[in-house]
Design a protein around this ligand. Structure first.
Ligand SMILES: Cc1cc2nc3c(=O)[nH]c(=O)nc-3n(C[C@H](O)[C@H](O)[C@H](O)COP(=O)(O)OP(=O)(O)OC[C@H]3O[C@@H](n4cnc5c(N)ncnc54)[C@H](O)[C@@H]3O)c2cc1C
Length: 399
């Protein structure tokens, strides 16, 4: 393989967005970048595919529009402690959409190729050597040398390992299955979150989806074992738990193909860059509370593209400024806030949090606006704060 200035490992949303935003920031540097992908698009990615409109907006800002089959989302519903709150964004515009990752990521790969990004598929990176003067990547298609490497290779990141970083403290598990809709599903433009099972340090979901033209529902479970709050002692297989959840919904689990995968939440205390190597997307870490990572992957790319363009122009690859560069973005604020919230959401304060999320329309609207990438009105934040105080008081003193 020809040498490159920059090697990006992984052609998921993080790697492709990094290449696309880099190509926009510095068109003359684009052909010095190569993206290596072990699979070939369209490739399977186990994922429910719910994407906040903020991701599409970011891509639109560089004139990339992904026309793929989608279920438009206009509201969300949360069930907890025997109650359910369902809220629709009163402006009527979609706050996001649900896609199939096979189709979405293949369209993103096409967009990247159309911008001149060199994408090499069926190229699995099997070893990464990070030296003082450059990086050597061993791949299933030969060796590649580059000045620096970007790890966009997801939860099992080989680049992350080569950087000497551990797996991370906030590794979650998820299991999902696509089924036919059932009567209790509600409107098809609403994402439904289910916090009813307190023995699960996580939640269940029912997202409308479209698979090969068929209107189905992607149902799943997310679990993040955090110190001191893992489950309620009932340690069962997540797939088994999902099968039980399906049975409760009246769905015969026997014929369902349950898929499982891990996810990595960002721990702000962990490094995401070392000299000549930098991580984006799930290789670095995404939202640990809900495991939302597609929009985050694209946001990582939007930050990394211009940052890397400057590094390439200056010939500096210590990446010392990467943490600060991310911290200044909406993504950095978002991920840090969610990591801080994690022990409260699934820990001892969970009952109060549940009370809050099923009682506060302000919170739901604020969450939807954030998901969409819109400004969150102050009155919604204030209303949500008041509702939180009320929920905490009611939980403490009854009410
Ligand atoms: C069950 C489940 C449901 C989910 N649902 C949602 C959801 O509804 N909404 C949401 O926002 N997020 C969801 N997520 C999270 C989301 O899927 C990820 O956070 C997102 O895909 C991260 O993007 P990425 O580009 O960082 O990594 P990935 O999408 O994992 O892409 C990494 C790429 O790197 C390639 N790669 C890996 N190793 C190598 C190698 N050695 N050499 C070359 N290439 C390599 C892979 O083939 C892959 O194409 C879900 C996750 C799971 C597990």
């Amino acid at each position: 393989m020809d040498d490159a200035a920059l090697a990006i490992v992984g052609a998921g949303p993080a790697g492709l967005a990094t290449a696309l935003f880099l190509a926009r920031a510095a068109p003359t540097l684009a052909d010095r970048v190569v993206v290596l992908e072990k699979a070939r698009h369209p490739r399977e990615k186990i994922c429910a595919g719910a994407i906040g409109a903020r991701a599409d907006r970011l891509l639109a800002s560089i004139d990339v529009r992904l026309e793929v089959p989608s279920v438009l989302v206009r509201g969300l519903a949360v069930a907890a402690a025997g109650r359910e709150l369902s809220v629709r964004d009163d402006r009527g515009a979609p706050i996001g959409r649900v896609v199939r990752r096979e189709e979405h990521d293949a369209a993103l790969a096409d967009a990247a190729r159309a911008r001149g990004v060199r994408l090499i598929e069926d190229a699995q990176v099997t070893a990464v050597e990070i030296g003082a003067r450059g990086v050597t990547l061993t791949t299933s298609r030969g060796e590649l040398r580059a000045l620096a490497v970007v790890g966009a290779d997801g939860v099992g990141s080989i680049v992350r390992r080569a950087m000497g970083l551990g797996r991370g403290r906030l590794v979650a598990r998820a299991a999902e299955v696509d089924t036919l809709p059932v009567a209790s599903d509600g409107p098809r433009d609403v994402l439904r979150f289910d916090l009813e099972d307190r023995t699960l340090a996580g939640y269940g979901w029912d997202f409308p989806t479209i698979v090969g033209g068929r209107a189905l529902v992607c149902r799943g479970l997310y679990e993040i074992p955090v110190d001191g709050i893992e489950g309620g002692g009932e340690r069962v297989d997540l797939g088994e738990r999902l099968a039980r959840r399906l049975a409760r919904l009246g769905i015969e689990p026997a014929g369902a193909r349950i898929k499982r995968f891990a996810e990595r939440g960002l721990d702000p205390a962990e490094a995401t860059a070392t000299p000549r190597a930098l991580l984006v997307g799930e290789a670095a870490g995404i939202d640990p509370v809900l495991g939302e990572g597609i929009a985050q992957a694209i946001e990582y790319g939007a930050a990394a593209g211009p940052y890397l363009a400057r590094c390439l122009a200056d010939g500096r690859f210590d990446f010392e400024g990467w943490r600060a560069a991310i911290a200044r973005t909406r993504l950095g604020f978002d991920l840090a806030a969610r990591a801080r919230a994690l022990p409260f959401v699934y820990g001892r304060t969970r009952p109060a949090i549940e009370r809050w999320v099923v009682s506060s329309e302000h919170l739901a609207v604020a969450g939807m606006r954030w998901f969409a990438g819109d400004r969150v009105p102050r009155r919604r934040l204030a209303g949500a704060a008041v509702a939180l105080a009320r929920a905490a008081i009611a939980e403490r003193w009854g009410g």
